[in-house]
Design a protein around this ligand. Structure first.
Ligand SMILES: Cc1cc2nc3c(=O)[nH]c(=O)nc-3n(C[C@H](O)[C@H](O)[C@H](O)COP(=O)(O)O)c2cc1C
Length: 357
């Protein structure tokens, strides 16, 4: 692992930030205590909500951790397309006996306010999704001693991350659960997502900064594989959704290994930006015509998802999951890190002995 990372966390395992209440402080603390890097997800939090979670996490662990932010998105949505989608979702609202959300209820979720909190109360790592922060933002975080990680889904995006001065690029393959961190949502590139092993090799040859690999990783052997391809560490989301400490809805955890959910798909149905989820009724019915409109669609469907959760209906939830979901293990997060580390060691031994298991 690159020394900039080993100084922070000894095991090459990053617990992905997972917005929507999944990566709670208890999860991040358990991962950091086990030698990985735990993360909080502030994408959908207010600045104060983020601050409270950081305080709580600091009370649970003295180990380093990260906080993740979403870059504010440019206003590109076609209001007429959002209106049409709202009409198409009207039946869902009456089925769940709720109202649709206001699509215009906020574009940036307080990005500047959150940055101000992170500059006043520095944390070891800040990561960014959905774009590259301005060079001044990265410089100001460096001045307070914070390392910066930024997601990229292509070699070009990785070069932009390095040019902006970030310390680490997270190479996110198309297998990944949750939102693709594409810098600009361009529907014309739908279907051209790059598989992780190929992406890691491309990014490794394009930039000089350390690479963290994300997407479909569920076993230590896969961590060995991405590290052999040039990554310094792996970022796992879905594997930690199933962990005991994760804040994911019980239905979400159960669905990962339920044979009823055999496939995942990238969809705009829930938020308007491509994100990988288990295929359920909502995704099947609305995915095909959901518009490219983030965060408008996220706000529009929020009450539906909340009502589905309250009704215990997994068919109406956003069941974010990567392609490896069936290999999820319901373990305490610290134990999951230990198992992954043991598998990684075994795979490395097998690799150096010249054979595969
Ligand atoms: C439930 C869930 C929520 C996620 N939320 C975020 C997020 O808030 N910020 C972020 O940078 N990535 C988020 N991701 C993507 C992860 O950072 C990572 O790329 C992905 O989990 C890797 O693929 P895997 O799930 O197959 O391990 C999320 C992933 C999942 C599964």
């Amino acid at each position: 692992m690159s020394s900039v990372l080993t100084d922070l966390f000894p095991q090459p395992i990053v617990q992905a930030p997972m917005a929507g209440g999944v990566s709670v402080p208890q999860l991040a603390a358990a991962v950091s205590d086990a030698g990985g890097l735990g993360f909080l997800a502030a994408g959908y939090k207010t600045a104060d909500g983020m601050y409270q979670e950081i305080k709580q996490l600091r009370g649970l662990t003295s180990r380093p951790f990260g906080v993740n932010l979403f870059l504010p998105q440019p206003e590109t949505a076609d209001p007429a397309a959002v209106d049409v989608y709202a009409h198409q979702l009207a039946g869902e609202a009456s089925w769940y006996e709720t109202e649709l959300g206001d699509p215009d209820s906020g574009r940036d979720d307080g990005y500047d306010a959150k940055l101000a909190v992170l500059l006043d109360n520095p944390v070891p790592v800040v990561s960014f999704h959905f774009g590259v922060p301005a060079r001044e933002v990265i410089d100001s975080l460096h001045r307070v001693g914070t390392l910066t990680f930024v997601t990229a889904t292509t070699a070009e995006e990785a070069r932009a991350v390095e040019r902006a001065g970030a310390d680490v690029v997270i190479a996110q393959g198309v297998e990944a659960g949750g939102h693709q961190g594409t810098h600009r949502d361009r529907p014309e590139t739908d279907g051209s997502g790059i598989g992780l092993l190929s992406l890691v090799a491309q990014v490794r040859e394009s930039v000089g900064i350390p690479v963290v690999a994300a997407g479909g990783i569920m076993r230590g052997g896969q961590i060995a594989a991405v590290c052999a391809a040039g990554a310094s560490a792996a970022q796992l989301g879905t594997a930690f959704v199933a962990a005991h400490e994760s804040g994911a809805h019980a239905l979400h955890k159960q669905a990962l290994t339920n044979p009823l959910y055999a496939r995942t798909e990238l969809t705009r149905a829930f938020t308007g930006r491509p994100a990988r989820a288990l295929v359920n009724r909502f995704l099947r019915e609305h995915g095909p015509y959901a518009p490219a409109a983030y965060p408008e669609v996220h706000h529009l469907t929020a009450p539906l998802r909340k009502a589905a959760a309250q009704a215990g209906d997994a068919q109406g939830l956003a069941l974010w999951a990567g392609q490896g979901h069936r290999m999820a293990r319901e373990l305490p997060a610290g134990q999951l890190v230990e198992v992954l580390v043991a598998e990684l060691a075994a795979a490395r031994t097998a690799l150096s002995a010249g054979g595969a298991r």
